[in-house]
Design a binder for this molecule. Structure first.
Ligand code: SF4
Ligand code: FE
Length: 493
């Protein structure tokens, strides 16, 4: 019943027996690993900010299940206002970390699974909703981080789960026992998987009767017997091993993705939320994806704020901040970024209550939000690179800027030569110039570009997934009727 601090969260991870592999080896002390630690720091920020009185209203909420004060990342949204606060919280965290802070996938799965299990129970007389409520009360009271895991490897994408030559291409039940099920399979590019306490697994596509064994959802501890992860590498990740923080760009924070493998993991009945009721697989997917597409109207906007700020600083450091084209580019970046925020807020304000009693985003607007996210951060990054100049990708290393090795005819060191030729305005240190350009490099094409660029494209579903939802939700028939009415067309066809 306590809100953990960041330090308590990190200490709690040390108690887990999580199995992590990277560069072909098992990583025993993964909590302190320099490649992994920035992503842990990022989740720790979701705990620390909840203790800051100025952010209390955004970062905490009152549990609808217990009445206890909880971290908003474990909350079931009770109103459109809660949905708006969620987006604002995500923008705040994006601003503070300039990274993917990972904890949203759990929050989005809580809200999707809560409403879906209620409807499954109504249709089938099952007890998944009670199972889920008990699980969520534990999560809320212990302030746990949970990874919402959805994306299966999918194998041959022209085939349904039961048609795959390898049944593990989608997570599935391999054995049913009186006390639970045994599951096999994997989930790809799972955000925040390694540093979560628990996982919630959900199907990744709508399913039919023949896919019954693949229509499964459950939770399990991250260190459950048979569960392990293979860490996903990121562009320039080994810079974090070089001991040169300036070259890393964002040394404190980062995102994290991994392949999560389930090798005959036993799931007791009380942690099962879907088990064969295949017609609800699609509902769960649609709801989780909808919430996560809303999320991007918050987190990417916060990260965008930092990118815009860094581009403005780079312009200032180069002495070009007064040029009209620079000002115009910053206006364009701001316009694009705030448009994404508008989308995140709009789908929240239009939220509706589900049968289970939590509040769900407007699905059409959430999909429009994410569709814009697949485009605008790319343009924002393009403009940031334009403003930053080529030095962002050609500058020598921090070690050169610090090297005492003599290099010039007059005995100057590499450091002196670098500092001489990369000097800019009198009132700006060369080190600050290095820092801002390396930060932009990190955001535009380094490790953080995972979170700001490619994740903007594929996270929460690739662009085509949103277009399908926009088509479904767009009500073209209703719009045709509007046109007929105004144009005086009586024909019913
Ligand atoms: Fe949260 Fe954004 Fe990361 Fe998704 S991509 S987990 S919404 S920070
Ligand atoms: Fe994501």
């Amino acid at each position: 019943m306590t809100l953990m601090t960041g330090a308590q969260y990190i200490a709690s991870l040390r108690k887990l027996n999580t199995r992590v592999y990277m560069f072909g080896k098992k990583i025993d002390n993964w909590v302190d690993h320099p490649i992994i630690r920035p992503s842990i720091n990022c989740v720790a920020a979701t705990y620390d900010l909840a203790h800051d009185p100025q952010y209390e209203d955004l970062m905490t909420a009152t549990s609808s299940l217990t009445g206890h004060k909880i971290n908003r990342f474990t909350h079931l949204h009770q109103s459109p206002d809660d949905l708006v606060k969620k987006v604002k919280m995500q923008r705040l965290l994006g601003q503070k970390t300039a990274s993917c802070f990972q904890r949203c996938v759990g929050m989005d799965s809580f809200n999707a699974v809560y409403s879906t299990t209620y409807e499954i129970d109504q249709a089938h007389g099952t007890h998944y909703h009670e199972n889920f409520k008990k699980f969520l009360i534990m999560v809320q009271d212990q302030d746990l981080t949970v990874d919402g895991a959805m994306t299966d490897p999918k194998g041959d994408r022209s085939k349904a789960p039961h048609e795959q030559s390898d049944p593990d291409m989608y997570v599935h039940v391999v054995e049913r026992r009186p006390d639970g099920i045994v599951v096999c399979g994997a989930k790809c590019h799972q955000t925040g998987s390694v540093n979560s306490h628990w996982h919630i697994f959900m199907p990744t596509i709508a399913m039919h009767e023949a896919d019954k064994d693949w229509a499964v959802s459950f939770s399990c501890p991250t260190d459950a017997e048979g569960l392990y992860m293979i860490y996903g590498r990121q562009s320039c990740d080994t810079r974090k091993l070089e001991g040169t923080p300036i070259d890393v760009g964002n040394v404190r924070y980062g995102g994290q993705e991994a392949l999560v493998v389930l090798d005959h993991v036993f799931i007791p009945n009380e942690y099962i939320f879907l088990n064969g009721e295949y017609e609800f697989a699609g509902t769960m997917v649609e709801r989780f994806a909808g919430y996560h597409r809303q999320s991007y109207g918050g987190c990417k906007v916060g990260v965008g704020d930092v990118v815009i700020g860094a581009a403005a600083l780079a312009a200032e450091y180069n002495g070009v901040e007064k040029a009209s084209h620079i000002k115009d580019k910053l206006i364009e970046m701001t316009h694009l970024n705030e448009t994404l925020y508008c989308c995140g807020l709009a789908c929240s304000c239009q939220g509706k209550m589900t049968k289970a009693g939590n509040c769900q985003i407007d699905l059409l607007l959430a999909n429009v939000c994410k569709q814009n996210v697949t485009r605008f951060p790319y343009e924002i990054v393009r403009l940031a690179e334009d403003i930053a100049g080529g030095l962002m990708v050609t500058m020598p290393s921090q070690k050169d800027f610090e090297s005492n090795t003599p290099v010039g005819r007059r005995g100057e060191t590499i450091s002196e030569i670098c500092n001489k030729f990369f000097k800019t305005r009198e009132d700006v240190s060369t080190e600050d110039r290095q820092r801002v350009l390396r930060f932009l490099e990190n955001m535009c094409l380094g490790a953080a570009a995972v979170g700001y660029r490619t994740e903007s494209m594929h996270g929460a579903g690739s662009p085509q997934a949103q277009r399908i939802m926009i088509q479904r939700q767009g009500n073209i028939e209703g719009k045709k009727e509007l046109a007929k009415d105004i144009a005086g067309i009586k024909n019913k066809k």
